[in-house]
Structure formats: structure tokens, C-alpha cells
Design a protein around this ligand. Sequence first.
Ligand code: ZN
Ligand code: ZN
Length: 98
Amino acid sequence: MAFLMSLIKNKKLVAAIIASIIVIVGIVSFASFSNEPCDWCGESPTKGFKLNNGGKSYVCADCRKKCAWCDDKADKHYENGLEMMVFVCDDCYEDISD
Ligand SMILES: [Zn+2]
Ligand SMILES: [Zn+2]
């Protein structure tokens, strides 16, 4: 208990803890992380991406990293006909949009 009291008395530490909680909550809500399974591999957590029909496509961090076509680093994403977000590298994206 004495330890807890000294912790509460340390106002700087309490302020630092509160500030870091606010930052974490801000990051999580900004990134809209979700526990929905990934559309590609079924893993979670995932990030939700808005689809043209108003629904959402959920993709995990691993599936967002690699190009779906050539395994290069993915920089772009687009919605395919199956309402899934496809992550692709610059080269493949150009091929698709041509
Ligand atoms: Zn995945
Ligand atoms: Zn590619």
C-alpha cells in the first residue's frame, strides 16, 4: 500500500501514465484495429478498410505487407470484385490500373 501511495504522490509519473494511455487509445481508434478475422488468412487483429458498398474488408498486418501478386513490399491497395482489399506493390498496381 505504501508503494501505491508513493506512486500516486509522484504526480509526474501519474501524468506520464495518463498521457501514454491517451496516446494509445488515440492510436488504436485512429487505426481502427479490429478483432475480425483477416479476409485472406483468417488471422487477427486486423485493420478495417471501407468498401465501395459501405461494408468493410479486414486485413491483418502480414497480408498488408506483401504484394498479393509478386511478394514484393505492398505500397498500394484496391478493392477487388469479391469485396476484399488487395495489397499490391507499385509495379503490380500499375499493371492492374492500365
Ligand atoms: Zn491475413
Ligand atoms: Zn507486385
